[in-house]
Design a binder for this molecule. Structure first.
Ligand SMILES: O=C(O)C1=C[C@@H](OP(=O)(O)O)[C@@H](O)[C@H](O)C1
Ligand SMILES: C=C(OP(=O)(O)O)C(=O)O
Length: 438
């Protein structure tokens, strides 16, 4: 593997006090962009995330026929005006390492009369695709392989399909998002071990309903989407609560206070569970007029947590567990071996490389307190591994995070925001606030 640059993770010299305004949610951004491209008329998406995953979604939708015009751009935020067009074949789509692109776009491509080619990063070829590609095949598409790279040739008209989505909730979300445009709509049945990250499917259902689509999710593991138009809307994207995790963790580690403005009162983002998880690890968590405030004492408690529903929080929780004064056990996340990297193996390896005591289990990690020391924290092209290294580096001098730029997958401005947060510069922001001031 080529050597990647090392980023000296800044050590906190005292309690951090900062307000950190997070850019838009990756999961909401990529869903609403896709729905806008399939809508019956032009619409807009404001405060969309700008990041590698979001850029890849925009490029994919453009190459399938949507017109997308940017305004109010900053490093990690942008407003989009979207004019849908007929979905056309002939495109070649780069999915990068984005689960939302590799799982959400093929069902859209299956609306086209013509072949669409998909490929991505080397590791993307290892991420599970079989269930969703099998479902498209069962619905009548011709699909050339069971993993990247592959081609999809439609058009399909929908109907009913059974799949095993225990490897990723995105298998279901991807099918549901394109489903209103299928002539017969779509019924998706899951058959297999429990589906992880269910709040992400709730997010899909919620956003479809907001666009006027009829969805029946009354029976467990069955989703029925009626055919019909997707309404054109003007959507404002919520801040990314999962990306808030390392910043809020910084308050816990340093005994400071970090506030995230515009934390939604109600949300389908799984990251909202941080309120409970961080409280269990010793933080005081409060909603204030300025936003969600997490205050720490500097002491981090160990945790026993089943993160099946919120598996993308695992790297931050594991980083905190490595700094805790008691043992932790994270369970329910076997499927994150298929995320950007095998996160269970990567977290155990990197925590242990710094002298920690982390043990892989079948479905998670056991982490015991042990003093950590300096060293390189490898990021495996995984944005959340990189930010986990930054959290540990707050308390452990001499941690160097490999390839911090990989955070650009969902948060291109991470390194600056992190440094500004440590400098106590008050409002660390790259996003317009709810009143429209950037
Ligand atoms: O649909 C989505 O936006 C996501 C679903 C989840 O995937 P899994 O179900 O594979 O965990 C989550 O971990 C990922 O970061 C984003
Ligand atoms: C699992 C993640 O991403 P993806 O959407 O690529 O699956 C993640 O962001 O933690």
């Amino acid at each position: 593997m080529p050597t990647q640059p090392l980023w000296p993770a800044p050590v906190a010299t005292g309690p951090i006090h900062a307000t950190v305004r997070l850019p838009g949610s990756k999961s909401v951004t990529n869903r609403v962009l896709l729905l806008a491209a399939l809508a019956e008329a032009p619409g807009s998406v404001r405060l969309a995330l700008r990041s590698r995953d979001a850029d890849l979604m925009v490029a994919a939708l453009r190459s399938l026929g949507a017109e997308m015009t940017a305004s109010n751009e900053s490093v990690s935020s942008v407003d989009w005006a979207i004019t849908p067009g007929p979905i056309r074949g002939g495109a070649s789509i780069d999915v990068g390492l984005a689960g939302t692109v590799m799982r959400f776009v093929p069902p859209v491509a299956a609306l086209a009369d013509g072949e669409v080619f998909f490929d991505g990063d080397p590791h993307a070829r290892k991420r599970p695709m079989g269930p969703i590609l099998g479902a498209l095949r069962a619905l009548g598409a011709s699909v050339s392989a069971d993993a990247l790279p592959f081609t999809v040739r439609g058009p399909i008209t929908g109907g009913e399909v059974v799949l095993d989505a225990s490897v990723s909730s995105q298998m279901v979300s991807g099918l549901l998002l394109a489903a209103p445009r299928f002539e017969k709509g779509l019924t998706v049945r899951h058959s297999g071990p429990p589906v992880p990250s269910m709040p992400h499917i709730a997010m899909t259902v919620h956003l479809l309903r907001e666009a006027g689509v009829e969805v029946d999710d009354s029976e467990p593991d069955v989703w029925r989407v009626e055919p019909g138009p997707i309404a054109a809307r003007d959507v404002v994207v919520e801040p990314d609560l999962s990306n808030a995790a390392p910043f809020l963790a910084a308050a816990l580690v340093t005994g400071g206070a970090v506030t995230v403005p515009d934390w939604p009162e109600e949300t389908t983002q799984g990251g909202d569970l941080l309120r409970e998880l961080l409280a269990e690890m010793g933080a005081d968590v409060a909603r204030t007029p300025e936003g969600l405030r997490v205050t720490g004492t500097g002491r981090v408690r160990g945790i026993e947590a089943d993160l099946h529903e919120v598996s993308e929080l695992t790297p931050t929780i594991a980083a905190l567990a490595a700094l805790a004064d008691g043992p932790s056990r994270i369970s329910g996340v076997a499927h994150i071996r298929g995320h950007e990297t095998d996160r269970i193996a990567a977290l155990a390896t990197e925590i242990n490389r710094l002298g920690g005591d982390a043990r892989e289990t079948d479905d998670g990690l056991e982490i015991r307190p042990r003093p950590l020391s300096s060293g390189v924290f490898h990021s495996y092209e995984d944005h959340r591994m990189a930010t986990a290294g930054a959290v540990i580096g707050l308390a452990v001098p001499g941690v160097e995070v490999e390839n911090i730029a990989t955070t650009g997958k969902t948060l291109p401005d991470f390194a600056r925001m992190w440094t500004d947060m440590l400098a106590g510069s008050g409002d660390v922001t790259d996003r317009t606030d709810a009143t429209g001031t950037r």
